[in-house]
Every structure is written in C-alpha cells, then in structure tokens.
Design a binder for this molecule. Structure first.
Ligand SMILES: [Ca+2]
Length: 247
C-alpha cells in the first residue's frame, strides 16, 4: 500500500486502513519508502504522522507514531489486526510512504497453549506458566488451553503472581476460565478478568484446567502463575473456598 497519491501528497488528508490477518497469523509491515514531514526543531510528528495501531483504531495500543525521512523499523501486530492511520496538515508535503504488508505466523514459542490443543503442565516440582507473550500484551483473538496434572494422590495449587486482563462485565471480552478437573466435565472455579490478583485456586483432584480467550481489541500484559502439586489439605486449606470468603 502507499500513502494517498504516493510521490505527491495532497494537503490535509486522512487515510485509514485496517489490516486483518487470517486467524492465528499476525500482520507484518515493512517500509519500502518513507518521507513524511517532521518538525525540524523538536523532531516530533505534530504536522504529519503515520500512526500504527495494534488492533483496531482507536482502541489498540499505538505501536508507532511515525514521521521523518528515514525508514522506520518493521512493525508486527500482537494479534490478527492492525490499523494504519495517516494524517497530514496544510503545511509542507513530501512523497509519503510505501509499505509492504504480509500475514505471518506468530512466534510459536510465545504462544504456548494457543496452538489449538491443550498444553500440559505436569512437572512434579511445579513451575511457572504465563499468558502468551507475557510480559508483553497478549494477542487479540487468543484461544489458549492448559491442563495441570498432579502426580497421583496430589492436587493442583495455583498462585497468581501477576494479573492484567481486560476488565468487562462478566468477563465477556477477555477471560481466564479455571476448572476444577478437565475442562469438559470440570467444575467452574472462576471466570477471571481485571487488574487485581485473583485468589489462589486449588483443585479437588489431580487435574485443573485453564482456558484463556481474548476479544478482537484491547489487550494487557496478561498473567503469570506459579503452580505446585501438594497433598490435599496442605497449602490448599487457606484458599479452598475463596468465593465464600468474599461473600
Ligand atoms: Ca480484549
């Protein structure tokens, strides 16, 4: 794609372009040419600027506010959507920009649990688990599944070390859903979102499942969890009935 009338930018123009990659892919931008007016003295982009939004305009995070005469770095969306928003004022104009966009696979290693199958955590000594791309923002349209499997005779204990998930009523947009047991026939322990640390969670059997979904815009850093496998009644007793404690 190019700026309006590439090579000869008209004055006072706005251009917006939404790019959407197929599910599971991200948008990748490469700049082939870039000449946009910048303020010579303060070096900001107050006259003309190309804004790049991660997600939809104007909700997504701004990946870049670009102007000047050198090629910007490549840009990559965290989810499948990216929006380019270009504004130019009545002042000087330059040739504008020429961009090549493509839809690429996201970094597989950073999307553990989101590959369409359930990722298993069964290290007997426990460990940490995070949302995809943590501590960077999780991708939009994520759909990730994890299953914790304790050794025989033990239960799963989960402690939240960090939690930042878009807050919505009933967690309808983004949510981490926690099940006591496997997802298909487990008991719902919690549907979690928001920006405060949820209570610890404990399973009543060897399995605890988690399912994270995110909407098509607005994302945050997500979560980091420490899991361990304990005999029931150990660490579990303190927090096995978190809902009752709130009421
Ligand atoms: Ca969201």
């Amino acid at each position: 794609m190019t700026s309006p009338l590439f090579q000869q930018l008209p004055q006072q123009r706005r251009l917006q372009m939404a790019l959407q990659a197929p599910l599971g892919k991200v948008v990748h931008l490469e700049f082939l040419s870039f000449n946009v007016e910048s303020d010579e003295y303060v070096k900001n982009c107050s006259h003309d600027a190309l804004f790049i939004y991660d997600g939809y305009f104007p909700y997504g995070d701004i990946l870049g506010q670009l102007c000047g005469h050198s090629l910007p770095e490549n840009q990559i969306s965290s989810g499948r959507n990216m929006t380019l928003h270009f504004v130019s004022d009545y002042g000087l104009t330059y040739s504008g920009f020429k961009i090549r966009y493509s839809f690429n696979d996201s970094e597989a290693i950073a999307l553990e649990g989101c590959e369409g199958f359930t990722h298993i955590y069964d290290n007997p000594s426990g460990g940490n688990m995070t949302s995809p791309m943590f501590p960077k923002n999780y991708p939009n349209n994520a759909d990730c599944k994890w299953l914790f499997v304790a050794p025989a005779g033990k239960v799963v204990h989960v402690e939240f070390l960090s939690f930042n998930v878009e807050l919505s009523s009933d967690c309808n947009y983004d949510a981490l859903v926690v099940y006591d047991g496997v997802e298909e026939d487990g008991v719902l322990l919690g549907q979690l979102c928001g920006h405060s640390l949820p209570m610890n969670q404990v399973s009543s059997s060897r399995n605890m499942a988690m399912h994270f979904v995110s909407s098509s815009y607005m994302s945050y850093s997500g979560f980091q969890i420490r899991y361990s496998f304990n005999y029931y009644g150990g660490l579990a007793s303190k927090s096995s009935k978190p809902q009752a404690a709130i009421v």
